[in-house]
Design a protein. Structure first.
Length: 213
């Protein structure tokens, strides 16, 4: 599958040429036996990383020790790493297609520059969290309100290593979405419990997390 047209490639190359600074490593975890869309996710990431030499991709499978290290049992899962953010707590469960692709672009730039665009009020709230907090934002590619919630969850994880922020494609991980009771998106869970359904302003999102822990 070819994800990008020639004009798209040109625009992305130009954007990354302006915005990327330091190298970013993308780890993708595949499950060849049970994963119907892993090949599409891999093609997306291979095409994207070929557009700038500062990005590289490492491919793993769910039986690998690297997958066990991060408790990954099903693919595709995408994780970002750089010298600025090394914890592996910014994740995509499923291919970041549709509206989520713009979040991926923003994330790659944040990982490359180390710059996280959050207000000081939000930063203070998120950095005060001292216990593990796993935020999962269930999405669909057509959801216009999902990217803002995914972006916030990822930014929260960047500034606090106690937080794991994940996009979870409700169609790619349909069994998990069903078990979480996902009926509408964005559906947000915190440590396995539904915290909110719908969109939230960033500061309110941070407050909800604090109040729920």
């Amino acid at each position: 599958m070819i994800w990008f047209k020639e004009d798209d490639v040109k625009k992305i190359r130009e954007r990354f040429g302006r915005t990327l600074k330091d190298p970013v490593t993308i780890k993708i975890f595949l499950d060849s036996e049970q994963c119907s869309n892993c090949s599409d996710a891999l093609a997306l990431m291979e095409e994207l990383t070929s557009m700038d030499s500062r990005m590289k991709i490492n491919i793993f499978h769910t039986g690998d020790s690297e997958a066990k290290k991060y408790s990954i049992t099903k693919g595709p899962v995408i994780m970002l790493f750089s010298d600025h953010f090394k914890e592996g707590n910014v994740r995509y469960y499923g291919a970041p297609s549709g509206h989520e692709f713009l979040v991926l672009m923003d994330d790659l730039e944040a990982f490359s520059t180390g710059e996280v665009n959050l207000s000081q009020t939000v930063i203070d709230k998120i950095q005060s969290i001292k216990t593990p907090a796993e935020i999962r934002v269930y999405t669909t590619p057509q959801c216009q309100f999902c990217p803002a919630m995914v972006k916030s969850a990822h930014r929260f994880a960047m500034i606090n290593s106690n937080i794991t922020g994940s996009m979870v494609g409700a169609m790619d991980f349909s069994q998990e979405a069903d078990e979480a009771g996902v009926m509408q998106v964005p559906h947000i869970t915190l440590n396995g419990e539904t915290m909110h359904v719908g969109s939230l302003p960033e500061e309110t999102f941070a407050t909800y997390i604090l109040d729920s822990l």
